[in-house]
Design a binder for this molecule. Structure first.
Ligand code: PLP
Length: 285
């Protein structure tokens, strides 16, 4: 039986109980984070912890254990015997339990905090061979920078992608590619990388930000500028990236084949640099 974290305690999963009046359940009034454990260490845990604290601040959820994110994450790994494995840690904080009312509970109630760890490895075949993206309008709200669990729009679009044999969505807002349903998207045009700038229209991905930093360190030109959906035919490569999948080449978006329809050299270079970065974070090296 795996051990989960619930409201400050580590307990067996089958003993974890959350009220149906929890605002996370009723309203999606809740934020979360997913971090990656590489058999002995986390990938950029400080950045994930910082983003979760920001999501809490932006949503005005005050969680007293916000300073313990790193410690809780590590403990979930150890208590589940995942120390030597590749795994993810999921942590969710809701505004808490109260009779249903749009207004925040007054006086405030304790947030509900829930976390689990589970074994996870990347899909190496997808990373080698690449995939297609499902092109669709971005119907989401204007605070995509908050990592909210209110993911209905992402879930609906992702299911459509999945039903059509695509591994991810390519959201388009006002004619511009924003991001995926659970990833950020990059393009290559004439050896220069392009990705949507940080804004309220995308989640500031930890993988994205590390790719941006890697490009700078390795003198690979990168412009944080959105690519227009009607310019896809003029791009030479594309990839999407996230914590759970790392960097995945994109061969086709909607009906448009990208470049030569196979993983391109810049994408493959970023994959190697990213793999090296993961290894460089191992404190036992
Ligand atoms: N954009 C969205 C909407 C996401 O849900 C995610 C991750 O789940 C990302 C981007 C990528 O973020 P990260 O690299 O931090 O996993």
């Amino acid at each position: 039986m795996d051990t989960v974290y619930l409201n400050g305690q580590f307990i067996p999963r089958n003993e974890a109980v959350i009220s149906p009046d929890d605002r996370g359940f009723l309203f999606g009034d809740s934020v979360y984070e997913v971090t990656r454990w590489y058999g002995g260490y986390f990938f950029d845990l400080p950045a994930h912890a910082k983003r979760l604290r920001r999501s809490l601040t932006e949503t005005k959820i005050s969680w007293q254990d916000a300073e313990r994110i790193e410690e809780i994450s590590e403990e979930l790994i150890q208590r589940n015997g995942l120390g030597g494995d590749c795994a993810i840690v999921y942590l969710q904080i809701t505004r808490g339990v109260a009779p249903r009312n749009h207004a925040f509970p007054d006086p405030p109630v304790s947030p509900t905090s829930y976390g689990f760890a589970k074994r996870h490895s990347i899909n190496t075949l997808l990373c080698e061979q690449g995939t297609s993206l499902w092109l669709t309008t971005d119907p989401r709200w204007n605070r995509c920078d908050i990592k909210s669990t209110a993911l209905l729009a992402n879930v609906m679009a992702y299911q459509e992608a999945h039903d059509n044999g695509c591994a991810e969505v390519c959201f388009v807002r006002d004619g511009l590619v924003t991001e995926g349903a659970h990833s950020n998207i990059f393009f290559v045009k004439n050896d220069t990388l392009y990705t949507h700038p940080e804004s309220e229209k995308i989640l500031s991905g930890i993988t994205r930000n590390n790719v941006v930093a890697l490009a700078a360190e390795n003198n690979i030109p990168l412009i944080e500028e959105a690519v227009a959906a009607d310019m896809l035919a003029y791009t030479h490569e594309s990839f999407f990236c996230n914590t759970t999948g790392e960097i995945v080449p994109v061969l086709k978006i909607g009906d448009q084949v990208i470049g030569e329809g196979r993983p391109g050299p810049v994408t493959q270079k970023m994959q190697v640099l990213f793999r090296n970065l993961i290894q460089s974070m191992d404190p036992r090296r």
